[in-house]
Design a protein around this ligand. Structure first.
Ligand code: DGT
Ligand code: CA
Ligand code: CA
Ligand code: ZN
Length: 580
């Protein structure tokens, strides 16, 4: 399986660059590469062992893509991808992520002003040069500058959205895990703490034979350039310019090293103080008795926390925002865990134009993931690009009723994802909405309204008795779209008052609620729901990311309504609907 992720990543990159090339995410080839990337990720066979005809026989892989996969397996490169990489270097790709610039507008700026990077764009804005290009004016200059600054897209400290960093780390971990020399391997650093943006990727390996691991690492397909190679540490760059640090330690030091390189630095400093109070020292090799080489603990993180007299602290909490004190006072939250989740309440099918799978395929996949309940939530009629009419919704409800027996004991709820309009009004009418078992209402438009207007529309939606949850509250997309302006205190207060849950959307691009917001909401007593918002079978696996994001927000299991057994959950849904 080790090369499936690698091939899927390259197909994903082909999709992205082809989208730039053809100017549309809907282009046939873009969809074809996207589908193939998903298909390869879902394979149970090794992709490199499959013939061209075998690949073509796989759902989601067409002839031309199958040829490219074989080309890669045989030669180590895909000519088409190399051409596109040449044409669209990483700096250029970054430009296209700026809100208000798409592939076409970036191409225009490149042609007219030679702009090829965010730095170039910044300079052109400073020189007021954009306004001379058709379709741009002083207003768009100001807006672009604001986006660059709000999203932190320029400068040396540019960070990579977790959506792009995590697959690279997973590919490295799965690529090395099969190596005989490797005894244990994990990614550490900000990625293990599940920060939403990543400076560099830190990978930690436990092994006796350091040299063999270093050799295997430098051979990996993601490695584009070697910055340094040593016996315990090597650093490399990926094609997109991400730095990866790999450290190899002896097995008896693994726990101490994992603790140290997971950070955060601020958390580590607090732990070292705890060690000092006991006349010990803590470093990346071990917890030591002061002034001797007597090791107190080093093999596992648990042993070290234990020796320091506090319970194990989950990585997402390690930011020195109160977790040490809470651990000492035994008041750490009973953090929600992946295994606690009993239902997925935001799932799309092909009925929404942006969904990709049939109702049955999605239900099979949800059932295979062991859920006790699921809500199918295709888009309401007001969503311009792909909303669903009343007739189609009612037909879907019939189909679900017909499938109920087949999926027992899993319960299928017929839901809907509604659109919150400028005034906070929703799709359909009240009577029709009350016919759904479950409604999520989300903002999908007008991201630039002012704070009062945004707050008003969201709160108005919460006051509707059919609305059980607000989806992806702030609409943010990490690194490419800022959160809408909201009076969060007012929103959270209204959530509590109306009994409306706030969704933690698990998509790696969204992670919305952000952890800080989830923490405020949980403290205020708001109900939360962790959902995948899956548009494909593979995206159902995003639940684990939503859970980690909730953990970063200190979310206690008791606050998450989809950890409850189905009957209790349905009572909670009914409570809002009957109270008003
Ligand atoms: P990043 O890469 O900016 O997203 O954030 P991190 O947390 O991954 O930071 P990084 O890669 O510089 O270092 C990884 C971990 O190593 C960090 O979380 C804590 C530890 N570490 C690095 N430098 C120091 C240091 O000077 N003192 C202490 N106590 N820990 C450090
Ligand atoms: Ca790092
Ligand atoms: Ca690092
Ligand atoms: Zn959705």
């Amino acid at each position: 399986m080790s090369r499936n992720r690698e091939v899927a990543r390259l197909l994903g990159e082909l999709a992205l660059l082809t989208e730039l090339d053809e100017g549309s995410p809907q282009a046939f080839r873009v969809r074809a590469y996207d589908n193939a990337a998903r298909a390869v990720n879902g394979l149970t066979l090794d992709v490199d062992s499959m013939s061209e005809s075998r690949l073509i026989a796989t759902k989601g892989i067409g002839k031309s893509t199958a040829q490219k996969i074989r080309e890669y397996v045989e030669t180590g490169t895909i000519t088409k991808l190399e051409e596109l990489r040449e044409k669209y270097p990483p700096e250029y790709v970054h430009l296209t992520r700026i809100p208000g610039l798409g592939p076409k507008r970036v191409a225009l700026l490149h042609e007219e002003l030679g702009i090829g990077s965010v730095e170039d764009l910044r300079r052109a804005i400073d020189e007021q040069a954009l306004r001379d290009v058709a379709g741009f004016g002083p207003k768009s200059e100001a807006k672009l500058l604001q986006s660059i600054e709000r999203l932190g897209l320029s400068g040396k400290e540019r960070r990579t959205p977790i959506e792009h960093a995590l697959p690279i780390a997973e590919e490295i971990v799965s690529g090395l895990a099969t190596s005989r020399a490797v005894e244990a391997i994990e990614y550490a650093g900000s990625l293990r703490r599940f920060r939403e943006t990543i400076g560099d990727i830190d990978i930690l390996v436990s092994a006796g034979d350091h040299n063999a691991v270093m050799g295997a690492f430098l051979q990996l397909a993601v490695v584009e350039e070697v910055l340094g190679r040593g016996d315990t540490k090597s650093s490399v760059l990926t094609h997109a310019g991400m730095q990866v640090d790999l450290r190899v330690v002896d097995p008896d030091q693994y726990g101490a090293a994992l603790l140290y390189f997971t950070g955060s630095k601020a958390h580590n400093i607090r732990l070292r103080q705890l060690a000092l109070e006991r006349d010990w020292t803590l470093n990346e090799y071990a917890l030591w008795e002061a002034g001797s080489d007597e090791v107190v603990a080093s093999r596992t993180e648990v042993e070290i926390y234990d020796a320091l007299g506090i319970p194990f602290i989950e990585p997402p909490l390690r930011e020195d925002t109160g977790e040490i004190e809470a651990a000492q006072e035994h008041t750490l939250p009973d953090l929600v865990r992946f295994t606690d989740i009993k239902g997925d309440l935001h799932v799309h099918t092909e009925l929404s134009g942006d969904g990709h799978e049939t109702l049955e395929d999605m239900l099979d996949a949800v059932a295979a993931r062991g859920m006790d309940y699921v809500a199918i939530t295709d888009h309401g009629e007001d969503l311009r690009i792909n909303g669903v009419s009343r007739g189609q919704m009612l037909a879907q409800r019939e189909r679900i009723a017909g499938l109920a027996k087949r999926y027992e004991p899993m319960r299928i709820l017929h839901g809907c994802e509604l659109n919150i309009d400028r005034a906070g009004d929703l799709d359909y009418d009240r009577e029709f909405l009350m016919g759904f078992d479950w409604c999520v209402a989300s903002v999908h438009s007008l991201f630039d309204l002012d704070r009062a207007a945004q707050t008003q529309r969201v709160v108005a939606a919460m006051r509707h008795p059919a609305v059980n949850a607000i989806g992806h509250l702030t609409g943010r997309q990490i690194g490419s779209r800022p959160a809408i302006e909201l009076d969060l205190d007012a929103v959270i207060e209204a959530a509590v008052e109306t009994g409306t849950a706030l969704e933690i959307n698990s998509h790696l691009r969204r992670l919305d609620l952000a952890p800080e917001v989830a923490r405020r909401a949980a403290v205020a007593g708001a109900d939360l729901v962790i959902s995948t918002d899956a548009h494909t079978v593979g995206e159902l696996d995003q639940m684990q990311w939503g859970v980690l994001n909730a953990q970063r927000g200190w979310v206690d299991k008791s606050r998450v309504v989809n950890t409850r057994p189905v009957d209790e959950f349905l009572e909670w849904v009914a409570a809002k609907r009957t109270s008003r």
